[in-house]
Unconditional design. Structure first.
Length: 762
């Protein structure tokens, strides 16, 4: 190369016989090569030279000029042609054909420079045209060397024509493939292409090596120590993942499934304890009152402790269901149980749930499928024995997507939940170590098969004294902290708290009380901020200031007056939100012997009203009315509030008293309420929800309550404070009710009261 540069810039270029030889000698080169002129040289950064060479002629390699010299003798090889007319015609046709093929080659997507196009259009010699065309084709050495050694220009051009046609066919086939690919490419294929590009980019940026993700998953599956069924399924899915393109949608689904198998706890348990004295202390700290409820919880924990000691593992056989009005602490009881046991707490709200897949999960064939909320809760807990609360279980619905309540049967049944099968996981999962706790406002709306698997623990509500104590211990400190008044001395005397409870709230729970206390704290916080940031102040809330903070007190309850109008009686009703005092109004006017009922009464309550009317008509003579008085009269019974739906049989006694008061023109005694189911013979049958009804009577200022004698045993669950504040009378018939409720009796005075009547129960 140095000699060529120093002399005439000529150099012989010859290809190797064997391409893989690193240091070929003279005998390892083809005998025919190309003589070229070096036009430009450039030294690269790695020390190599880059040459720009222009080919001049063919030449045969001869002997070296001197032994060991890089210079050799060359034999020039000019083109050899026959020159006859037939050869000339063939050459002309070949030239035209090659030029046309070259144009098709350019139209197929191969770009040719403008200078080359001009030169080729003016070339008519077959040999020169062949050399120019082959120089711009992607020809391999094994195909180019025979062309170089072909000295006949026509024969050489024929070979070039064949190569050019092959290249045109390849371009046509490539274009056809690209066209079909574009037409058939779906959304998933485009996503795969983009993900593959992203994977390559991440790989170039130092991401995971191909196959590294599957190896990582395999190692994590070994650490998870899956059960046999889950392990076999995981290995099968992992093998399928390794055979699937890493950027495809199917691979993403499999990876997500394996991640769930790994992250769901299979063996890990909480290091809990069954320290019953500690559990009792925690329950007392978190909840004031509710002694029966806390005793039942401790009994349940004691059974779990004995079961664990004798059988080596505690498997809850009973599902506790806390039933009561809102705001009485059902959900917080679940948290306290978890804290007392030292376990994780998971809460799942079932209110409004109508899709069975929310419990069992979706099958993996669906797009965006996931496990059900039970398995999601277990992954959240990361233990196999958490306290799992199913909140608002009475509000589960059903529609065309299935019945979630039926799916819960497998979850809550101790005989089935040891192999709960989620549709997404597809393998059995053991829920037998989970301590399930449920809550409800109304047990009547819980499906019977589901209710049969649970033990109901009724939480009736709180009386005024309990509310004051809970507010002092828990509500006030919590709201002071929430309002940012920790550095301010805020005092709520018991008198102020009692005034808030009595005058501004009327509920079984504590939520409205908490809202009222929060409103007072917010106004105090505003005063602190408006006082130029002086947070060191003392506030003592008095009963006289409550009007400034909370506005006017609530109006008195409906029907609670010092003097009852004629035809008005007070009943006691039970609702999922606690007990209520229910006034009943009766009026009559001229008509055709019909009965009008208003106040959104249900079918059962309408039947109770008709029964009460029939009983009242049977006592018309004792009320001083003729037997046919109803023929030209129309009776209207209304139960406020008219916007609230009402139903149930326990208002029969109340409606009968209102009608007897109307027919006899005698008012009922004030502040007397009653409850009981009435029969046509005048007997009083027992009712449910008595504790809630009596608590409502105390909240609304009732002094005397008439209840069926068959409910006497329910009084044992009533706190002594409530019994002391009420005059509770037991009645067996409507005669007993009327003697105790009417201001002036309408029945014969000589008839004695029944033995079931009790003057005062304490």
């Amino acid at each position: 190369l140095g000699n060529a540069k120093n002399k005439d810039q000529l150099i012989l270029l010859a290809t190797q016989l064997r391409e893989r030889d690193e240091e070929p000698g003279p005998g390892d080169l083809h005998s025919i090569g190309t003589v070229g002129m070096i036009l430009r040289t450039r030294k690269l950064s790695d020390g190599r030279l880059k040459l720009l060479v222009q080919g001049l002629m063919r030449a045969r390699v001869g002997k070296p000029v001197k032994k060991g010299s890089p210079e050799v003798r060359l034999e020039r090889l000019p083109d050899v042609s026959d020159g006859d007319s037939e050869t000339t015609s063939t050459a002309t046709a070949l030239v035209r054909s090659v030029k046309e093929d070259l144009q098709r080659y350019a139209d197929g997507g191969k770009t040719l420079s403008t200078e080359l196009t001009l030169v080729l259009s003016s070339v008519e010699e077959p040999g020169r045209l062949a050399d120019l065309v082959v120089a711009n084709l992607p020809v391999k050495v094994v195909d180019g060397q025979p062309l170089l050694e072909t000295l006949d220009p026509v024969a050489r051009l024929q070979k070039v024509s064949v190569l050019l046609k092959k290249e045109i066919e390849i371009l046509t086939l490539q274009a056809s493939i690209q066209t079909r690919a574009r037409e058939e490419m779906s959304k998933s294929q485009r996503e795969y292409f983009l993900r593959e590009q992203l994977r390559q980019i991440q790989s170039e940026l130092g991401g995971d090596k191909p196959g590294g993700n599957s190896e990582n998953l395999r190692a994590r599956l070994r650490e998870a120590r899956l059960p046999d069924e889950a392990r076999l399924e995981a290995e099968r899915q992992l093998t399928q993942l390794e055979q699937t393109s890493s950027g495809g949608v199917e691979a993403s689904v499999i990876r997500s499934y394996l991640e769930w198998l790994i992250e769901v706890p299979w063996w890990k348990k909480s290091d809990g304890h069954f320290d019953l004295p500690l559990a009792r202390r925690i329950l007392d700290e978190d909840h004031f009152g509710l002694e029966d409820v806390k005793d039942r919880i401790l009994e349940h924990l004691g059974v779990l402790k004995l079961t664990e000691q004798r059988k080596g593992g505690s498997k809850p056989s009973t599902i506790l269901c806390f039933v009561g009005p809102p705001g009485v602490g059902k959900t917080s009881l679940g948290r306290s149980i978890a804290r007392a046991l030292g376990r994780k707490f998971v809460r799942m709200s079932l209110g409004g749930m109508r899709d069975e897949a929310e419990i069992r999960g979706h099958r993996r064939t669906y797009v965006g499928s996931m496990p059900g909320r039970v398995i999601q809760g277990m992954r959240q807990a990361q233990t196999t024995n958490p306290v799992f609360m199913l909140d608002e279980i009475d509000k589960v619905g059903a529609d065309f997507r299935g019945d979630p309540a039926s799916a819960l049967l497998e979850v809550l049944d101790p005989e089935q939940n040891c192999a709960f099968r989620d549709h997404y996981l597809g393998v059995g999962y053991d829920l037998s170590q989970v301590l399930f706790v449920t809550t409800a406002n109304n047990a009547d709306t819980i499906p019977r098969p589901l209710l049969d698997r649970m033990e109901l623990i009724c939480i009736s509500g709180y009386d005024d004294d309990q509310k004051v104590e809970i507010a002092r211990r828990h509500v006030v400190p919590r709201q002071i902290e929430a309002a940012g008044l920790e550095g301010t001395k805020v005092s709520f005397p018991d008198e102020a708290l009692r005034a808030i409870v009595v005058e501004y709230t009327r509920e079984a729970g504590l939520r409205e009380l908490e809202r009222q206390v929060a409103q007072v704290c917010r106004k105090l916080a505003l005063r602190v901020v408006e006082g130029n940031g002086d947070a060191v102040r003392t506030f003592e809330i008095s009963t006289l200031e409550l009007g400034q903070f909370l506005g006017a007190p609530m109006p008195p309850p409906l029907g609670i007056t010092e003097h009852n109008p004629i035809g008005v009686a007070l009943g006691l009703a039970w609702t999922p939100y606690g007990g209520e005092v229910l006034p009943v109004e009766a009026q009559w006017m001229a008509g055709r012997g019909s009965l009008i009922l208003t106040g959104q009464l249900g079918e059962v309550m309408k039947e109770s009203a008709m029964t009460a009317l029939s009983f009242a008509r049977s006592r018309a003579a004792q009320c001083g009315l003729p037997a046919n008085f109803y023929a030209d009269r129309e009776v209207h019974i209304h139960v406020p509030a008219g916007a609230v739906p009402k139903d149930g049989p326990s208002a029969g006694v109340t409606i009968a008293c209102a009608l007897i008061s109307l027919f006899s023109d005698r008012p009922l005694r004030p502040r007397v309420a009653m409850t009981g189911e009435l029969t046509l013979q005048g007997r009083v049958f027992p009712v449910g929800g008595l504790k809630e009804k009596l608590l409502a009577a105390v909240r609304n200022g009732v002094e005397r309550v008439l209840i069926p004698d068959k409910n006497e045993r329910d009084l044992d669950d009533l706190p002594k404070k409530i019994r002391d504040r009420l005059e509770i009378q037991l009645v067996a018939t409507m005669d007993d009710v009327l003697r105790l409720a009417l201001d002036e009796p309408v029945l014969p005075a000589a008839r004695p009261l029944s033995k079931a009547q009790v003057a005062h129960t304490s």
